[in-house]
Ligand binder design. Sequence first.
Ligand code: 26V
Length: 821
Amino acid sequence: MTPAPCDLGNSKDSLKNSIINHLRFTLGAYVESASKNDWWVATCLAIRDRVMDHATKSRTLHRQSGVRRVHYLSLEYLMGRLLENNLRNSGLYESTKAALGEMGKDLDALLDCEPDMGLGNGGLGRLAACFMDSLSTVNLPAIGYGIHYEFGLFRQEFVNGKQVEHPDAWMRDGSPWKIARPSYRQTVQLYGRVVQKFDDCGHPRSEWVETKALLGLPWDIPIVGYDSHTVNVLRLWQAQADEDFNFQVFNEGSYVEALRDKAIAETVSKVLYPNDSTESGKELRLVQQYFFVACSLADIVRRFKVGYTLPWSEFPSKAAIQLNDTHPAVAIPELMRILVDLEGLPWNEAWKICQETFAYTNHTLLPEALEMWSVSLFERVLPRHLQIIYQINQLFLEGDVEAKWPGDSEKKRSLSLIEERGGKYVRMANLSVLGSHATNGVAALHTRLLCERLFADFYALYPDRFLNLTNGITFRRWLDVCNPQLSALITETIGESWKKNADLLRNLDPHADDPAFRARYAKIKRDHKVVLAKIIEDECGVTVSPDALFDVQIKRLHEYKRQHLNLLNIVTLYREILDNPNADFHPRVFIFGAKAAPGYFLAKNIIHAINAVAAKVNNDPRVGDKLKVVFLPNYRVSLAEKIIPASDLSEQISTAGKEASGTGNMKLALNGSLTIGTLDGANVEIEEEVGSENIFIFGLTVEEVTELRAKGYNPWDYYWANEKLRNTIDWISSDYFTGNAEEFQPLRRSLLDHGDPYLCLADYQSYVDAQAKVDATYKDQDKWVKMAILNTARVGKFSSDRTILQYAEKVWNLPQVPIGE
Ligand code: 26V
């Protein structure tokens, strides 16, 4: 007889028991003397116990029902903290809080013990995390695959206003959320060479020999959906040395040598690459990509073989694989290698299976962010995969391309998987489009530009493969968890169905006209501003008033996102306050959060410039409370959760055509922060939803940018024509802010001598005018709060549940599979 499982009930008393048991028997601590961290771990484990059963149940049901599953391949998952999210999603928040309360512990204080799981750079990684939440919430059978990085994105510190990077050892004390799965370990080959052999029937077969082996150990993290019993897993691979490989060396007594090899093997999953153009072409990055792709595909193929006795042609009916950008694109030649070399399928059959299995999401139009690998590096690390890519390319160029554009070598050059100018490179984006049945952009404008520009020739060949799937965010983390007060007000006003059907938020619309509702909404915002003001005081040593307008720009630091345009406006305002001390200007706090890639020189110069301006402005008695500038260090998910509910104004000011979508724009709008933005990325759709009267749009459109560039853009024209602009730039690049006029010359040169590649000067006046309109509107608090409420009410479209259901319907053809109690 199977013994009864221990009490895993959801009552306060059951939870109390579980927590005490984990303290005593897992951590070896007494209730009286356990540390805060012990309490946090014990609480996580108590919740994990309750979740794991549903994970096993979900997996079993998915296997037994034989439904198609989606496998999300992403090099990044920016999960943030898990405890509060898991508590709110599973409905255990209140009972756990009560259980801990009875033992004299404050749950909210324990939540701060959790280090962020920061295994991502920014939008792309956070999108993957939101998608995992939605997949479980809407009951879709899914597995996320990625890398178990020992170090996530670096921790940022400012020293004299300059960014300094430190390692992020999020894993140093282990994590209560992850479970090792040694029985699903995989072996991966690398390097070596290819030999031609013949099988028993005399057919030629390529064999990859004399390779180096690596092991991949999977760690599973359960993903708890909101009000759903589906618990999917995120499976992250850790690289380990293959001990057999070292056996010889051990026997020869070179024990230390052997351990050095082990250390080298383990570097593969050591650290997340920080989105840095100077890092491009690094061998370790290619090895990381192949390592996690090979482990994941082997895992998917294992499940197909164990679960079914079906012909390979049925593989796509069981497995959909989504490529999150081109980072996992080597999965395409890897699946070809498995099918052709290992399983002996004819090339054409294998190719059809590949295309039916894969789909690709593009996340950027920036040319410098499009992945290319030098052919020589690729050949050394993955010789067989390069051969396969060459063969795919040859069949494509001689087949479909020749048929559509006979004899047109220009088309062949543009569509080829190999870039031949200035050395030979593999174009991962072209490989991704060709090897999959669907390519999507992440906002309507971005998808249009993909079809018209980046992939114009592919679009002409295969128009049906392209589609738009506008990004979304999970409203649980970005409202329910980070702003429980607003979440409760909404639920009290319109019921709680909005948490699963975000379009219902529209029912808030009429309440914008209710002064009592407005007062409560405004009070919640102000309370969050008080909390953020305290964080600003602690982190930056700057006192700010919660009655000032909180103007927020939080995102990676990049020229195209134009934090320096924001800075130009700040310095302009500073000048104006000095020149005109009695002007009726509502006090404002400019709040920044951003990490610059460690090798991105100009981005770091911009951070330094913002910090230098902040230091002057904040300590200038002539300015007083009118203007404060703060740069919160180490921007990350858990900090975003504190900034976003406290924000009044959301800066979304990229050069039109450069930001694929943006998702911070959605989080801020949802929390009632009005957008000042360009018609770029998803801002376009946010304007459509909230109405143009509830957003501050400025600047050149994509078409105007193109036109301006075509006629020849010269930033000096704007510099000479606009005295305010000229004074602002000259002031920043004087010795006023640091005592050294050389300090911000790189910024000045970029804006003037180097042609201002992101058109800050062209958009400057329009931005300054829009900011003046913001100031005037904020003075009418009734109007402002109304606008804020209408933003919350009208951004239901940007729920990642909607996005993920569209993927399920249009790309993956997946059924929803509810899991019972
Ligand atoms: C990568 C790199 C690498 C080399 C140096 C410059 C550079 C600049 C940007 C990138 C980002 C590549 C992919 C990415 O993270 N895209 C973001 O994806 C989000 C989710 O779809 C989207 O909201 C953001 O607009 C988009 O930038």
